[in-house]
Design a protein around this ligand. Structure first.
Ligand code: ADP
Ligand code: ZN
Length: 730
C-alpha cells in the first residue's frame, strides 16, 4: 500500500469544515481511504464534510472513535492544496477549518452524480402536425442527433414546454436521463492565435519559456490598456494547456466579462469553465468536480477560484492585479493576488500579474528582482493613449447643484456632432450622497450604522452603502418633522444623468451603475449594447474603468478628480492614480484618438500632475520613497485589528487592554496604534474600534500577533478580526 492510503479501521485524522481548533480522529471506512479523500463523518447527531488530513493523532479515547461514513465521489485533495491551505491559514491567521470551507463552496459535493432530462429526435411522426410541433422537430433535426434540455428546446423552438412533453407522449421526441457533471469541451491551444507585434511576441515568448520551465516564477506584465496584455498572456495559457497542465485566469468583476469569455472562445475554440457568484449551484458543482478530475483545462474566475482543487495547476494569471476587489474584506481576509503567488510557489506554477497600473507592492517586487518584468509600451495598431488635460474648476462658471463645467460640455458637444461617444465618470452610486433637511440641518443616516443614507431615485429609496439597509425617502424630516424640506446634496451618477439629459436633450444618455440592473447578466448585456453604440453619453462609476472595450468612445470626462485624494487611506494617491489612468484608458481604443479631461479644484496636486504628465516611473518612485520613509507597506508590515461589539464600552475596554499588554509585539519591534473608533464607527448595530500594528519587514509578525491576541478572552458579543496587509481602513 502507498503511504497515502489508509486501510479499513486505521486511525485517521480528519479536518472538518466545523469550527474546531484541530483535526478529529476517525477510523478509515470499509475499503480504506486515501490521504486527502473527501469524506462524510459523523459528528454528534450530524454528518459533516471533511478531508482525510493524515494519520490519527491518538488523543481521543479509542473506544469512542467512530468510523468514516463514506468516501465522496470526488478526487482526493492533493498535497499541494493541503499545504496551501495550511500556509494561507498561517499567513492570514485563519483556522484551518475556515480555510477548508473556502475550498468546498460547491453545494452538494457529497451527492451522487445528479441527472437531468434531455430530449432528442424520436422515431415516429405525430399523426397531427401543428406549427409548434413542426418547429420543435425542426430544431431537433438541426441538432443532428444532439440533445437539449427542456428549457433549451422550448426556447429555441419558441414553444411552451407542454408542446415538447406532448411530442414525448407520441414518441416523436425521446426523453432520457443524462449526467449533469460533464467534462468541459477541450480547448485547442493552436487554434486562433493572433500574429503578435515584436514587443508582444517577445513578451509571450518569455512567459511561455517560464511555463515550459515547470518551476515557480512570477512575472509582472505591464502595459497600457489596449497594448495587448490579454493577447500575450493567452499565449502563456496556450503553452500551459499544451503541456497538459491547467490554467486559471482571475478577473475582477468576473460576472461582467462577457467580452473576455468570447475572446477565449475565439482563441481556443470553446468556452472555459467559469467560477463566480453568478454561476448556478449545479454549474459550480460541475466546475469543482471537473477541475479536480483534470477535465477542465482553463478556469476563468473571481478570487475564490484560487481555492479550487486543481489537479495540476500550471499557470495563474491575475488580470488587473492592482484591483482592490482581490482583497476579500469579509470572513477570511485574504488577498487573492498574494495567495496566487503562494499557491503557485507550492505547486511549481507560473504567475502572471497583468496591469496597466500595477500596485506599488508588485512594482516594488519587480524593482527588487523578485518578479520578472515584461513591458508593452505602445497600444496595439493605431490606437494611442488619449491626450489628458485638467479643467480648473475654480475658473469655471458653474451654478449650484451642477457638475458639468462649460468647458467639459463643449467637448461633449463636439463628440455628439461627430457621432462619437463620451463617458462621464463619477465614482458615486445613486442620486445624491447626502439627504439633508433644509429646516433643521439633519442628515438622514442609517439606523444601524454611522453612515449617511444615499438616495437612489431609480429605486425610490435611501440606501446604506455600508450594510445595504434601505428605506423609502420620507416626506417629512425625521428630526424636526418639517414638510418638503429634505434636499439632495452632492452628485451621484443618477443625478449627473439628469443634468446631462438637460444639457443635451437630443443625446441618448445611459447610466451604468451596478445597482441599476437586476442581475449581472442584464448589466453585461447593457454594457455590450452601449459598446456597440446604443448610447451617445455614458455615465458610470468605477465599474466602467474595468477592462470593457468601447470602440466608439473618444472622450472621458472625470467629474471629480479630487474625490479619491481625500481621506486618510495610505493608498489614496496610488488608487487615484490607477483609477484615473484606467478610466482614461477607455478612450480612443480603436482607430479614433481619444481625450481625457479631469475636473479638479487642485490642478497643482502632485498626483494630478503625475497623472497628466504620464510619468509613471516618477510617480512610483516618489510614492515608494514616501512609504519607505514612513515604514509602511510594501516597506514595512501592517495588520489591522477590528474589535466590534454591540456594547461600546466593552470594545474600548478590550482595545485599551490590548494596547497596554503589547509585550509580544514589542519583542519583534512592532508598534500598536489605537484604539480609535473605526472611520465607520458602527456597522449593522455593532460598534467598531480599530488598532493598527506596524512592524518592520522580515519579522515573524503572524506569530507575534497570535501570541498577543491569544492573551484576551472574547466574552459576550465581542469579536476580534485580524486583517493582515489591510487594504481598506473603514
Ligand atoms: P490589454 O489587455 O493590454 O488591454 P488587449 O489584449 O485587450 O490589451 O488588446 C487590445 C485590443 O487590440 C484587443 O481588441 C486585441 O484583440 C487587439 N490586439 C492586440 N494585439 C493584437 C495583435 N497582435 N493582433 C490583432 N489584434 C490585437
Ligand atoms: Zn447601515
Amino acid at each position: 500500500m502507498s503511504p497515502g492510503f489508509f486501510k479499513e479501521d486505521d486511525l485517521i485524522a480528519v479536518l472538518t469544515t466545523q469550527p474546531f481548533a484541530s483535526t478529529l480522529d476517525y477510523r478509515a471506512p470499509e475499503g480504506g481511504c486515501h490521504l486527502g479523500a473527501f469524506v462524510e463523518v459523523p459528528l454528534g447527531p450530524r454528518k459533516v464534510l471533511g478531508v482525510v488530513w493524515g494519520p490519527g493523532v491518538g488523543d481521543f479515547d479509542p473506544a469512542k472513535i467512530r468510523a468514516v461514513i463514506r468516501v465522496l465521489d470526488a478526487a482526493p485533495m492533493r498535497d499541494e492544496l493541503r499545504s496551501f491551505l495550511e500556509r494561507a491559514g498561517d499567513y492570514t491567521l485563519t483556522p484551518l477549518s475556515a480555510m477548508l470551507r473556502l475550498c468546498t463552496r460547491a453545494p452538494g459535493l457529497g451527492d451522487p452524480p445528479s441527472m437531468r432530462k434531455v430530449y432528442r429526435l424520436g422515431l415516429s411522426e405525430p399523426g397531427r402536425m401543428t406549427d409548434a410541433r413542426t418547429r420543435v422537430l425542426d430544431v431537433l433535426r438541426d441538432m443532428g442527433g444532439l440533445s437539449l434540455t427542456l428549457g433549451e428546446l422550448a426556447e429555441t423552438a419558441g414553444v411552451t414546454p407542454s408542446v415538447v412533453k406532448g411530442l414525448v407522449k407520441l414518441g416523436a421526441v425521446t426523453e432520457e436521463e443524462s449526467p449533469r457533471d460533464t467534462a468541459f469541451p477541450r480547448l485547442d491551444p493552436d487554434l486562433g492565435g493572433k500574429e503578435l507585434t515584436g514587443d508582444q511576441a517577445a513578451g509571450a515568448e518569455a512567459l511561455m519559456a517560464g511555463v515550459r520551465s515547470g518551476d515557480y516564477g512570477t512575472t509582472l506584465l505591464r502595459g497600457v490598456t489596449g497594448s495587448g496584455k490579454t493577447e500575450v498572456y493567452l499565449e502563456a495559457v496556450a503553452e500551459c494547456l499544451r503541456r497538459g497542465r491547467q490554467a486559471l485566469v482571475l478577473l475582477p468583476e468576473i460576472a461582467l466579462s462577457a467580452e473576455f469569455l468570447t475572446r477565449v472562445e475565439a482563441r481556443f475554440g470553446a468556452r472555459p469553465a467559469e467560477w463566480h457568484s453568478g454561476v448556478t449551484v449545479t454549474e459550480r458543482r460541475r466546475v469543482w468536480k471537473m477541475v479536480g478530475e483534470g477535465r477542465a483545462q482553463l478556469v476563468v474566475g473571481a478570487r475564490s477560484a484560487l481555492f479550487l482543487p486543481f489537479q495540476q495547476l500550471g499557470l495563474v494569471v491575475v488580470d488587473e492585479e492592482h484591483d482592490t476587489s482581490y482583497k476579500q474584506e469579509e470572513g477570511v481576509l485574504y488577498n487573492a493576488r498574494d495567495m496566487a503567488v503562494l499557491r503557485a510557489a507550492i505547486c511549481g506554477a507560473r504567475v502572471v500579474l497583468a496591469s496597466a497600473t500595477p500596485s506599488l507592492e508588485s512594482w516594488a517586487n519587480a524593482e527588487a528582482g523578485k518578479y520578472d518584468r515584461i513591458e508593452l509600451t505602445s497600444r496595439f495598431g493605431v490606437a494611442v493613449m488619449p491626450k489628458m488635460r485638467t479643467i480648473d474648476m475654480r475658473a469655471e462658471d458653474l451654478p449650484r447643484d451642477r457638475w458639468v463645467s462649460p468647458s467639459l460640455a463643449r467637448s461633449v458637444t463636439q463628440r455628439l456632432e461627430k457621432g462619437e461617444q463620451s463617458l462621464l465618470f463619477l465614482n458615486r452610486r445613486g442620486y445624491a450622497p447626502v439627504t439633508i433637511c433644509r429646516a433643521c440641518g439633519h442628515q438622514i443616516g442609517c439606523d444601524h450604522c454611522d453612515a449617511r443614507m444615499v438616495e437612489h431615485r431609480f429605486l425610490k429609496r435611501l440606501v446604506c452603502h455600508q450594510c445595504g439597509e434601505s428605506k423609502p425617502v420620507p416626506d417629512i424630516c425625521p428630526s424636526c418633522e418639517a414638510e418638503d424640506k429634505l434636499a439632495a446634496v452632492g452628485p451621484g451618477v443618477e443625478r449627473l444623468g439628469e443634468e446631462v439629459t438637460g444639457l443635451f436633450p437630443e443625446a441618448r444618455v445611459a447610466v451604468l451603475s451596478s445597482d441599476m440592473y437586476g442581475s449581472a447578466r442584464a448589466l453585461k448585456a447593457e454594457i455590450e449594447n452601449i459598446a456597440q453604440g446604443a448610447a451617445d453619453i455614458i455615465i458610470g462609476t468605477q465599474l466602467v474603468a474595468k477592462g470593457h472595450n468601447f470602440p466608439l468612445l473618444t472622450l472621458v470626462g472625470v467629474i471629480d478628480a479630487d474625490l479619491g485624494l481625500q481621506g486618510s487611506d495610505l493608498r489614496a494617491a496610488e488608487r487615484t492614480f490607477q483609477l484615473m489612468r484606467q478610466v482614461a484608458g477607455r478612450a480612443g481604443r480603436a482607430e479614433k484618438p481619444g481625450e481625457a479631461v479631469m475636473q479638479t479644484y487642485q490642478p497643482e496636486h502632485p498626483v494630478i500632475r503625475s497623472i497628466l504628465g504620464g510619468d509613471e516611473g516618477g510617480f512610483w518612485r516618489a510614492e515608494a520613497a514616501e512609504r519607505r520613509a514612513a515604514g509602511v507597506p510594501p516597506y514595512g508590515r501592517m495588520a489591522g485589528i477590528i474589535l466590534s461589539s454591540t456594547d461600546v464600552q466593552e470594545v474600548f475596554d478590550l482595545g485599551n487592554a490590548m494596547a497596554r499588554q503589547d509585550g509580544a509585539l514589542r519583542k519583534i519591534g512592532a508598534q500598536v496604534f489605537g484604539p480609535a473608533p473605526a472611520p465607520i464607527a458602527r456597522v449593522r448595530g455593532r460598534h467598531r474600534v480599530r488598532l493598527l500594528v506596524k512592524a518592520p519587514k522580515g519579522v515573524a509578525l503572524q506569530a507575534a500577533l497570535a501570541e498577543w491576541a491569544g492573551q484576551f478572552r472574547l466574552r459576550g458579543q465581542l469579536r476580534l478580526a485580524i486583517d493582515i496587509d489591510p487594504q481598506s481602513f473603514y
